[in-house]
Design a protein around this ligand. Structure first.
Ligand code: SF4
Length: 661
């Protein structure tokens, strides 16, 4: 098995003429043939269906010629920014440029691919060859390269920006990325089914010489001129009044008189979101409309219950089809059973490879989806809440393959998914009718219907431990400890402590203020306390001395300086030293980001305090890392603001020493 085609040289090696590819996948990442990299996964999937695919990885964003290196694709350009939103990839939470790009050759952010297939700086010598909002830039270059070739967007950046969204970096609400990219279709969520269906339709239309119809595919979004919405939606709009409501292009609000923003009756069969122009202004009214829009989107993420969403924007409408259903176990097994090489392409050897591979090379994905419901995570908007998993046989088979890789040292680094210890839907109802719209499964209190079961995960880990060539199997994906503590059978916890921790277990309580935790969708602090007590108890029982490393988020909506002090005092009391503190990062598609913009909780309209200014963010963060010498001045400042100068000094309970001199 060979790598997918990724340069003109590869094309020649296969004796494929330029212009003979069915699809060109454009990605902002270097090409790594591993299932954790979306471009490789979609490429292998299409290849298995008989399509000829090329991967155009990190093309020079200053040269349309680079987009012509494989010739004109027969069916489509499939465009993704890469594994991360390009803005997250390029900037820190404080909007500073990152020094490295783990998904670039050698981690060097300035490197990209030229039209002749060589790797070097961009034509204009950019410091960062991954352009900001890369999806839009790449889509425009695809069209410049070959007019008329359909451009299909996918990946996390497109998925979470599919409708109007708050963009932290410009501090504005931006319209759907579909409109800025002028793309033909946007695939959101995990895209396997959508891409196969899209390619099937494109292929059939190309063979028949007819125009392709890409509307009506679950898990996609498309745009249409206001005057053609009714025709495009056809019988999915039930009556004439509804059509009228949804087709008024007169004002940019695009709405019939009397139809309220977000009124589910405004378009029968579809739910009309507030118009982009009403949610964009950073005014009280604008923020209220933004919150209303987000709430509708939030309630329409589950494939079982989601409605068609229609968002007016200028003289256009963006239409979001209901989400695609998760892949079945068998389908997941098939996808992960594709012939991945688990390696970066040899063209990156001269740069030392692609750093991002190290994190996943000897890790196994065992599940998808998450019913954890953390407010700062976009998973419910992307993978969805319904958890599905691969069979034990499929994961064990892949582990067997890993043992054959020359640099495998006997250690599996991770076995998990978004949450390691979720392998099945949260309850019987979720398995057949999807997740509840207005209820969370775990927090603030666990749902009485929750079914807690670690048997299968435990068996999977036992099977992996027993494989020849495997010395240790670690778990590094997040463990949801509140779910773990709800299990009456604590054998998995014992196994975890005995076999699956590499010196330290990282968990994410995220905060200690129960008010903040509730806004975060996390369980109350008592849950973490019970877990850590039992963790250390089991360590003693098994003669282990393993650390517990808690992760915290600083500056989350709702978190005040008082809350940061509460957290600092908790850390001091228990002797935790959090070297991992993440400043809250308002990335697209999360409930927390919507709070940040709206200054309310969109789900219930209650006001939420936002620690917005850089100074307050710095003070909160410094308090959480009060023992770092470089934070002393800020910690003293925060304690003075809070009137807690009693915590400055050399006493046992003090957080920071007195100023010298
Ligand atoms: S019934 Fe409870 S556990 Fe099941 S999906 Fe709803 S909230 Fe989650």
């Amino acid at each position: 098995m060979d790598f997918l085609v990724t340069s003109p040289q590869d094309l020649r090696r296969r004796n494929w003429a330029p212009g003979s590819l069915d699809a060109v996948i454009v990605t902002g990442d270097a090409y790594v043939d591993h299932p954790s990299f979306g471009a490789a996964l979609i490429g292998r999937l299409l290849e298995a269906q008989g399509y000829r695919v090329g991967v155009l990885s990190r093309p020079d964003p200053d040269d349309a010629e680079a987009f012509r290196m494989f010739g004109k694709p027969r069916l489509a350009f499939l465009v993704t920014a890469g594994a991360l939103d390009s803005m997250v990839s390029s900037y820190t939470a404080n909007k500073k440029p990152r020094s490295k790009d783990e998904f670039a050759p050698g981690g060097d952010r300035s490197l990209c691919m030229a039209a002749d297939g060589t790797i070097g700086k961009s034509r204009l010598g950019r410091a960062n060859a991954r352009p900001d909002r890369a999806t839009i830039v790449y889509a425009n270059l695809c069209r410049q390269a070959y007019k008329g070739v359909p451009v299909i967007l996918g990946g996390i950046e497109a998925s979470l920006r599919r409708l109007a969204h708050y963009d932290y970096w410009s501090d504005t609400v931006r319209r759907s990325i579909l409109l800025d990219a002028k793309a033909d279709l946007l695939v959101y969520g995990m895209g396997e089914r959508q891409i196969l269906e899209t390619m099937r339709r494109l292929s059939e239309a190309a063979e028949a010489g007819t125009e392709v119809e890409l509307r009506g595919i679950r898990g996609t979004a498309w745009a249409v001129h206001a005057s053609r919405l009714a025709e495009a939606l056809g019988d999915r709009l039930a009556d004439g009044a509804a059509v009228k409501a949804a087709t008024l292009p007169e004002e940019h609000g695009g709405r019939a008189a009397g139809a309220e923003p977000g009124d589910p009756e405004a378009a029968v069969g579809a739910t009309t979101l507030p118009a982009f122009e009403t949610i964009q202004p950073d005014t009280e009214e604008g923020r209220r409309a933004f919150a209303a829009s987000f709430k509708i989107q939030y309630r329409n993420t589950d494939p079982w219950s989601a409605k068609l969403l229609v968002e007016p924007c200028g003289d256009r409408f963006v239409v979001q089809e209901p989400a695609e259903f998760p892949l079945s176990r068998r389908e997941l097994d098939d996808v992960y059973g594709l012939p991945f090489l688990h390696e970066w392409h040899p063209m990156y050897r001269q740069f030392g490879g692609v750093p991002a591979l190290a994190e996943v090379k000897f890790s196994l994905v065992s599940s998808r989806g998450c019913f954890g419901g953390c407010s700062f995570c976009a998973l419910s908007f992307h993978e969805g809440r319904v958890v599905t998993s691969r069979s034990i046989e499929s994961v064990v088979k892949e582990a067997g393959k890993l043992t054959q890789i020359p640099d495998f040292k006997g250690y599996i680094h991770d076995v998990g998914g978004p949450t390691a210890n979720f392998r099945a839907p949260a309850c019987a109802k979720m398995a057949v009718r999807g997740a509840c719209i207005d209820r969370r499964c775990l927090a603030p209190v666990p749902c009485p219907n929750l079914q807690v079961d670690h048997h299968e995960y435990r068996e999977l880990l036992q099977r992996l431990r027993a494989l020849p060539g495997i010395k240790r199997v670690f778990i590094r994906s997040g463990i949801r400890y509140d779910y773990l503590m709800l299990d009456r059978d604590q054998s998995f916890f014992s196994d975890l402590v005995q076999y699956h921790i590499s010196g330290q277990l990282k968990v994410a309580p995220e905060h200690v203020s129960n008010r903040v935790l509730e806004l975060m969708g996390k369980p109350p602090l008592e849950s973490f306390d019970r877990f850590s007590e039992e963790y250390f108890h089991l360590n003693r029982k098994f003669g282990k001395n393993q650390y517990l490393i808690p992760y915290f988020i600083s500056g989350h909506p709702g978190a005040t300086l008082e809350d940061a002090l509460e957290l600092a005092l908790y850390l001091k009391h228990f002797g935790f030293v959090p070297d991992q503190v993440q400043d809250f990062y308002p990335t697209p598609g999360t409930l927390s980001t919507a709070m940040w913009r709206a200054r309310t909780n969109p789900l219930d309209g209650t006001p939420v305090y936002i620690p917005r200014g850089p100074k307050e963010r710095a003070l909160q963060r410094a308090l959480l890392q009060f023992s770092k010498p470089e934070n002393r001045t800020l910690v003293r400042e925060a304690l003075k603001i809070l009137g807690r100068t009693d915590l400055i000094g050399n006493g046992k309970g003090c957080l920071v020493g007195k100023e010298v001199g």
